[in-house]
Design a binder for this molecule. Structure first.
Ligand code: BG6
Length: 473
């Protein structure tokens, strides 16, 4: 649809950006924080560990002041479970509560609305030793953590996100260092989907608890949603795209919104003898939970073709790659899309179609919790960082949000990845996303000084005009 008259971004639109605790904070074992799975994992060769990151733990006031200078209306960050509960359960660490109180209060000082992710890839290592998400007790562990957060921060934090990219935990857990498989596991797929069910039930219970404890609290999931295209108009490619859409996207939102397991995914699991087992009360918990909005991360679409099930498919790939599943779908390189320096496809139009599809399926307000471009940025001698490629990427995606708003989709905000440079999930510090440059490399820690990139000044103008002025002059 070509619109002649574009609708405006709504008043109160949450312009901001995102980070996650384990990628930005550093101070990973300081002030009583316990280790998470990210602290004990082996990092990919050639990339930094997660001990210092952007040292946001010590620079949070300066960082939030810079966000305020850009005019942020919201800041999406995650709370490290092990800073609050060093062993995941048991004693609360007062220093952890103090740190997040400081972060929240600093945001509120500048009228920045805190949007808190409760879990972003960082299971406490102590709970990993007890089986991590494979243990059905993980549901209670998470709900207990949720209660501690709601009771301590719920007077000031009104926007909550449950589990970041639960679908990525399921589909790419090995790559991002989160998958824990019990020693006696004889059916990996069944194990992974059993863990997935535990996460979904934990999320459902946390949503109900939020509504009970947090006055005026709003809560939603935050999966990574990427509409999956068929490689052609061959009917079988359409079926393949439906398969992957169900497995990658709809399972998570169908469960969060309707409490129902997607039938295509269920039949795929049946085929592999991998259906998860429900315990008493779990379906009821899923039925009782009602998100107020859908948070979602979008980087690009995916494309797949039919797979006849005859040849093996090499497994693996990260958040944005779609290698395939034998007899279900096969990943296809979309020839119409450019890629980033790190090989991720760039598809702004696909952002709009993803939004449209989600809104028409679920009819809930949508909050963009991530979107962005990872690139090698260069700090110039005069302290400037010229990142026109990032500005262009963001410009094109923001245009699509406005088109989606004009299409009638209800959009709450835009919080791209990332507010400030931080460590990538598996590609180190060199893959930068921030509006703010942090002076450090993968192995040379540098001064950790902050520098405003060109995109910083550009985004400031975008926010000041409430999205009317996207130009880069
Ligand atoms: C999302 C995650 O998958 O994408 C973030 O929620 C992550 O944690 C971001 O950093 C970008 O991915 P990457 O792999 O480039 O860091």
């Amino acid at each position: 649809m070509i619109h002649k008259n574009l609708k405006k971004f709504p008043e109160g639109f949450f312009w901001g950006a995102s980070t996650s605790a384990y990628q930005v904070e550093g101070a990973n074992l300081e002030d009583g924080k316990g280790p998470s799975c990210q602290d004990v994992k082996e990092v990919p060769e050639g990339t930094s560990d997660l001990t210092i990151c952007a040292d946001h733990y010590h620079h949070y006031a300066e960082d939030i002041a810079l966000m305020a200078e850009m005019g942020f209306k919201s800041y999406r960050f995650s709370i490290a479970w092990t800073r609050i509960l060093p062993k995941g359960i048991g004693e609360v660490n007062p220093k952890g509560i103090e740190f997040y109180n400081n972060v929240i209060n600093e945001c509120l000082k500048y009228n920045i609305t805190p949007i808190v992710t409760m879990f972003h890839f960082d299971m406490p290592a102590a709970l990993d030793e007890m089986g991590s998400w494979s243990n059905p007790d993980s549901i209670d562990w998470f709900v207990n953590f949720a209660r501690v957060m709601f009771e301590n921060f719920g007077d000031r934090v009104k926007y909550w996100l449950t589990i970041n990219e639960q679908n990525v935990l399921t589909l790419s857990g090995k790559v991002i260092g989160t998958l824990h498989l019990p020693e006696n596991c004889d059916n990996e797929l069944r194990e992974i989907y059993q863990q997935c069910l535990h996460q979904l039930v934990a999320q459902a219970k946390a949503m109900v608890l939020c509504h009970e404890i947090v006055e005026g609290g709003k809560i939603g999931p935050a999966p990574n949603i990427a509409l999956v295209y068929p490689a052609s108009c061959k009917p079988k490619d359409i079926l393949a795209a439906q398969n992957m859409n169900a497995i990658r996207n709809w399972l998570y939102l169908d469960m969060a919104v309707y409490g129902k397991f997607n039938n295509l995914v269920w039949s795929y699991l049946e085929e592999n003898d991998a259906t998860p087992t429900y315990q008493e009360g779990w379906q009821e918990a899923l039925d009782n939970a009602h998100p107020d909005f859908i948070g979602f991360n979008y980087y690009s679409t995916m494309t797949v073709e039919w797979d006849n099930g005859e040849e093996d498919i090499v497994k693996g790939g990260d958040q944005q790659s779609s290698r395939g599943e034998k007899g279900v779908y096969r990943g296809f390189k979309n020839p119409n899309l450019p890629t980033t320096q790190f090989g991720w496809e760039i598809d702004p139009d696909g952002f709009r179609s993803t939004i449209r599809e989600m809104y028409s399926r679920y009819h809930l307000p949508l909050l963009v919790t991530e979107n962005g471009l990872g690139a090698y940025d260069k700090l110039e001698e005069d302290g400037s960082v010229h990142d026109p490629y990032r500005i262009e990427y963001l410009q094109e995606h923001i245009k699509q949000i406005q088109l989606a708003i004009t299409d009638g989709c209800e959009m709450l905000g835009y919080n791209p990845w990332s507010a400030i440079d931080l460590i990538s999930t598996h590609e180190g510090m060199r893959k930068r996303y921030g509006f703010i440059y942090v002076d450090r490399e993968d192995f040379e820690i540098g001064s950790l000084k902050r520098y405003r990139k060109d995109s910083f000044y550009w985004y400031k103008k975008v926010i000041a005009s409430n999205g009317d002025d996207l130009s880069n002059d």
